[in-house]
Design a protein around this ligand. Structure first.
Ligand code: 5AD
Ligand code: SF4
Length: 492
């Protein structure tokens, strides 16, 4: 009963009755009407296949990579559900979709590894359909390799045309062989498509797509295209609708949220957008991801400081602490500017948690450069940090830089950095022990069903005694015991 209620409230789509669509007529050219036409058509094909096989069909969307991809997967699931697939947690499904990431080489390797397994599954279950999408598919070399050596894949599409999923699924049903549709870039944003949210009480909201920064190590601008902001009206409308649907926490998503709105017909700052989201009734927590230090404005700091809803957490990727390496990375800030920014943020919002991303072993990184990074880590004292080994991405300027750092040197530096980061993070977490703060309960604990797990405003995880009825509620808790990166607490 409970489950059904949650599932119903997770759905959100434009009120269009697929039964009223004539699938024998020519498809409309305008969007999203065209996609609803193809949803009606694909639904017919799924119905026929369900009858042929004699049981409901199951689909599984597996997400690799970041929150943007996770949100895209929810859009794919929304369409799959409408056309008649049941959601499956297992890859042994009738339709398997991998939404891929390519930010580092190992993300790609994971996908190739899983594909071997899927090939076997499909040999035993020939009606299985396999689709690949996401960032990795925007690389020509990847698609060429799939085209020649992975013939069992049915559908390949990219990041720019994901809104066409219903149309592409229809093409798979109507064609023998691989359907491939990759766009190099796009300036279009299609609104009002279905989405199936993972959580009933919180949701990601795309505010912009793409990236114009061209950090020299990063493949994202090549696979996600140029920066495009959604209109504030569309964003606010979506959040109001989410709020009516029971969502109280939103995460505003973009590769570089601080440059939101600069290219809109009527430019608008990210800080102003946040201030407007703050006005929406029913929304209690606002998060956002990711900030680029060079674009983080005083206006944003002021809005955050004054806000009762914007969470006390800022993810502020450092990448390197060496001004020389930062220049080579095309980050457009220096070590000193970064440190000054952190100080300004902390002065305005003393209880804020600051987290970061750091890359070790960028081409030409010397021991002195690395020590600069360690110095920033010690001075900022991050609440947590994602540390990455530099990965050479073909097509980026850094890939052809000389002085690539030997693997053994990188590994040694990486371990030193990780040790420092972890020690500081656990000291910082320990500092909050004994405090009373509010958590939003997210799920029943996976290891211990007598506990539920929630997050503090600063994004730290807290486990407290409880049950599934608490999911989606806010609970005041005492942080009784710190275990490095998370807490055991109790409701007060
Ligand atoms: N190698 C290693 N890490 C990378 N990142 C982006 N590109 C690379 C790369 N080529 C990291 C950055 C970024 C995070 C999402 O991934 O730290 O902030
Ligand atoms: Fe996300 Fe970048 Fe990976 Fe794409 S390549 S999934 S944008 S991290």
């Amino acid at each position: 009963m409970y489950d059904r209620k949650v599932r119903k409230s997770r759905k959100m789509y434009h009120e269009i009755d697929l039964d009223k669509i004539d699938i024998n007529a020519t498809p409309p050219t305008e969007e999203p009407a065209r996609q609803y036409y193809f949803m009606a058509k694909a639904r017919q094909y799924v119905k026929e296949e369900t009858l042929r096989i004699g049981r409901p069909l199951a689909a599984m969307v597996k997400t690799f990579g970041c929150q943007m991809n996770a949100r895209d997967s929810e859009k794919l699931r929304g369409i799959l559900e409408i056309i008649g697939y049941q959601q499956s947690e297992s890859e042994e499904a009738d339709f398997v979709i991998y939404n891929t990431c390519t930010v580092r080489e190992n993300a790609n390797n994971k996908v190739y590894g899983r594909l071997g397994y899927l090939n076997n599954w499909k040999k035993q279950n020939p009606h299985t359909r396999i689709a690949l999408c996401g960032c990795m598919m925007q690389e020509t070399a990847v698609v060429d390799k799939l085209r020649t050596s992975y013939r069992f894949v049915d559908l390949i599409f990219g990041t720019h045309n994901i809104y066409k999923f219903a149309e592409l699924v229809t093409a798979v049903f109507e064609n023998q062989g691989m359907v491939i549709d990759i766009w190099e870039d796009t300036d279009r944003i299609v609104e009002e498509l279905p989405v199936e949210r993972k959580y009933s009480f919180k949701s990601g909201v795309n505010i912009m797509f793409g990236c114009n920064n061209f950090c020299s190590y990063c493949i994202v601008p090549y696979v996600r295209g140029r920066e495009r902001s959604r209109s504030p009206q569309d964003i606010l409308k979506e959040i109001r609708r989410l709020s009516r649907d029971g969502v109280s926490e939103v995460m505003l998503l973009g590769q570089n949220v601080n440059s939101y709105g600069k290219n809109l017909e009527e430019p608008m700052s990210f800080a102003r957008l946040l201030a407007e989201v703050e006005q929406i009734e029913g929304i209690r927590r606002i998060r956002f991801m990711t900030s680029h230090p060079k674009d983080l404005s005083q206006e944003l700091i002021d809005v955050m400081a004054a806000s009762g809803k914007i969470c006390r957490h800022l993810h502020l990727p450092l990448q390197s602490g060496s001004s020389r390496i930062l220049k080579e990375m095309n980050r457009r800030y220096t070590k000193e500017q970064y440190l000054a920014l952190v100080e300004r943020i902390r002065r305005a919002i003393p209880d804020i948690a600051i987290t970061t991303d750091i890359i070790v072993g960028f081409p030409g990184e010397t021991e002195e450069d690395f020590e600069e990074t360690m110095d920033v880590v010690r001075r900022v004292r991050y609440d947590s940090a994602f540390t990455f080994i530099y990965s050479k991405r073909t097509g980026t300027p850094a890939a052809v830089m000389e002085n690539q750092v030997p693997e053994a040197v990188i590994k040694e530096r990486f371990d030193r950095l990780l040790g420092e980061v972890q020690q500081i993070a656990s000291q910082k977490a320990e500092g909050l022990t004994g405090q009373v703060q509010e958590i939003l309960v997210e799920e029943v604990n996976h290891q211990d069903a007598s506990l539920v797990t929630g997050r503090l405003s600063n994004n730290s995880v807290v486990h407290i005694p409880g049950d599934a009825s608490m999911i989606g509620t806010y609970v005041k808790v005492e942080l009784v015991e710190c275990r490095g990166f998370y807490y055991y607490g109790k409701a007060v």
